[in-house]
Design a protein around this ligand. Structure first.
Ligand code: GTP
Length: 412
């Protein structure tokens, strides 16, 4: 049958802690809307546009029922088979690929994409595939350059500029290694699975034979629990063996890690829409820049919206409201003259008249930054903010009643 398949590593709910309070609702992190579409819809849509794509597999350990409606709807809409493979336990980024090898390789695809779900970018998959075919190695990693000072928070790649070969891979190194980082987007040939099996066997043997100190504790522990990591356990030993090349990507890229990241990633996707799908963006006298408004939302014509806003299904926005750089989730009501800036307002919340809900943006690409004076304000589902209050740089757990001003607080 041949063709191309894609495997999206979706992980599971246990890693959702950095996404609180938004993951406390029924929606798993990977279906959280970014620029009006579930987080992994962007990945799936990009895969569906690749010529010769035969199947998209989501691989992870979410309960199947949390994803089934989304999968059904997406495969209808995008006209591509989508399958969920539910890992029996946490197997790691390479463990699941190894364990479900036969299912993944069913139909004998010629090439496969492997994508992390927790990233946003333009997914230049056709280009990546052509690069992979041209270089004839078992794996191509998409790399991008970022500011030097943040590079060591990611997987760092050293690439031979003439041959594109991956010479050295260091996952989150302590000192500077390279400003080219792993984007979490790969193209592999089926033989990658054989090399992965061999590398795993070698690792297993050396873990049995060498002294405990020779491998980092995390490798041993993960391995004992049956976890295998693509980055540290496979790419590190394969670097410099003429097996992997690095595709240099120039374009937007960002990780989606904590609850505030959808606001930054939405901005990137919306400006991408402006170039590629302008029909998705709202238009109107009081719409500024890139905005998506769900057709079931009602927005008073005197409200000034944008740039970089998503207004979800059945949201009501009153007179004179001002919203920018924010995500307003389903069935929320923003009453007259309220102001929402750099915030995410959870499902079914209510923001009172003249209230001001604001975040303090932090545009560094390093998303774990714990600078407490900066951040997107997050209001969990079903919260109610009284009129005329100011909530600034706060995280508010679901179903809270906010009846005074708050600043730099986590409201439990
Ligand atoms: P951290 O910075 O420690 O979070 O590492 P990272 O950003 O490299 O992320 P990680 O390697 O943990 O995950 C990369 C992608 O793989 C994400 O989309 C995860 O959801 C997914 N993932 C992580 N662990 C697993 C796993 O055990 N199984 C599956 N199927 N996916 C996983």
């Amino acid at each position: 049958m041949g063709g191309v398949k894609a495997v999206i590593l979706v992980g599971g709910p246990s890693k959702g802690t950095r996404f609180r309070p938004l993951s406390l609702d029924d929606v798993p992190k990977l279906l959280f809307p970014i620029a009006g579409k579930p987080m992994i819809y962007h990945h799936i849509e990009a895969c569906s546009r690749v010529k010769g794509i035969t199947e998209i597999i989501l691989l992870g350990f979410f309960p199947e029922n949390q994803l089934s409606a989304f999968i059904e709807q997406s495969q209808k809409e995008l006209n591509v088979p989508i399958r969920y493979i539910n890992e029996v336990k946490v197997l790691g980024t390479a463990g699941g690929l190894s364990r479900y090898r036969e299912q993944i390789l069913q139909g004998n695809p010629d090439y496969l994409f492997v994508l992390h779900s927790d990233i946003c970018c333009a997914f230049p998959l056709e280009d990546l595939l052509n690069f992979h075919i041209k270089h004839k190695r078992i794996c191509t990693i998409m790399g991008t350059r970022i500011q030097k000072e943040y590079a060591n928070q990611y997987g760092c790649l050293i690439r031979d500029e003439n041959t594109a070969e991956l010479i050295h891979y260091a996952e989150k190194p302590e000192t500077f290694v390279s400003d080219m980082i792993n984007c979490g987007v790969y193209c592999i040939s089926p033989s990658f699975f054989d090399i992965m099996a061999k590398t795993t066997k070698d690792l297993q043997e050396s873990l049995q034979n060498v002294t405990l100190d020779s491998y980092p504790e995390i490798t041993k522990k993960g391995f004992e629990q049956g976890r295998l990591r693509l980055e540290q356990d496979i790419f590190v030993p394969l670097a410099g063996t003429n097996s992997i090349v690095v595709y240099p990507y120039v374009g937007f890229w960002r990780q989606i890690k904590n609850a505030g990241s959808p606001v930054y990633c939405q901005e990137l996707y919306l400006s991408h829409y402006a170039k590629t799908k302008p029909e998705l963006l709202a238009k109107g006298d009081n719409i500024i820049g890139n905005v998506v408004i769900h057709p079931t939302a009602t927005v008073d014509p005197t409200a000034k919206i944008g740039p970089d806003v998503y207004i979800g299904p059945n949201v009501k926005v009153g007179k004179g409201v001002r919203i920018f750089h924010s995500i307003i989730l389903d069935e929320t009501e923003i009453k007259g003259h309220a102001c929402i800036l750099y915030s995410i307002i959870g499902w079914r919340s209510e923001i009172g008249f003249w209230a001001r809900i604001e975040g303090v943006p932090n545009y560094t690409p390093f998303l774990y930054s714990q600078d407490k004076r900066k951040g997107i304000t997050i209001i969990g589902a079903g919260a109610q903010a009284n009129g005329e209050i100011i909530v600034s740089n706060c995280i508010v757990m679901p179903h809270k009643q906010l009846d005074r001003n708050y600043c730099n607080e986590i409201i439990l």
